[in-house]
Ligand binder design. Structure first.
Ligand SMILES: [Zn+2]
Length: 200
């Protein structure tokens, strides 16, 4: 797995597709649109499916329906995932616009696996990546505020603190793919997903 984002694509987006370019201390501020394009490209190019190990993940277009949760599919095994992403070293807060949908899935026992991806602010590459198997995600995790309180009047979305989610679910309920520079092989990820399912 190459953890770097596509530098040419990054350059193109910064120069041609960002609504505004802003220089701060000689650094280019990366827009949400650019992050999204780079993450989509990287996931489809480098990331193996945590459920079957195939490199066959495809991102769906940005979620429009408030109750739609899954935003990434495996074309090989048909698994669905909810991918959230944020940049470090800030607080790693990821925007979740499927809060109500997530609650519904947890209540129905149909929660998709949640992939949590963090990259550096300059968008040069992925720093941290893990999966919370849907079998391990509970309603109380939302109620405890791990995923943050939804904004008043906006109960369809909230911010997720990825680092806190990792901390709270550390004991076997998360499956690492990339952590502190260490990459976990796709076969081992698939095996650990099964182990986590058994725990959940
Ligand atoms: Zn798969």
């Amino acid at each position: 797995m190459d953890t770097r984002f596509n530098d040419e694509l990054r350059q193109w987006y910064v120069e041609n597709a960002q609504p505004r370019r802003a220089q701060r201390g000689g650094r280019v501020r990366i827009s949400a649109l650019t992050y999204r394009a780079l993450v989509d490209d990287w996931v489809e190019r480098e990331l193996a499916c945590p459920r079957c190990g195939a490199r066959a993940l495809v991102r769906r277009p940005p979620v429009r329906e408030e109750d739609e949760v899954a935003n990434c599919d495996c074309q090989a095994c048909g698994s669905e995932f909810y991918l959230i992403d944020a940049y470090l070293p800030m607080r790693g807060r990821a925007h979740c616009n499927s809060y109500r949908g997530m609650l519904g899935c947890i209540e129905a026992g149909t929660t998709p696996d949640v992939m949590c991806l963090q990259y550096d602010r300059e968008a040069s590459g992925v720093i941290d990546l893990f999966v919370v198997p849907g079998t391990c995600l509970r309603k109380e995790h939302l109620a405890l505020g791990i995923m943050g309180e939804p904004e008043e009047g906006h109960d369809t979305w909230c911010d997720i603190e990825i680092g806190r989610l990792r901390h709270e679910l550390e004991d076997g309920a998360i499956v690492d793919i990339l952590r502190e520079g260490r990459q976990i092989g796709s076969n081992e990820v698939v095996r650990r997903m099964h182990e986590a399912d058994a725990l959940g």
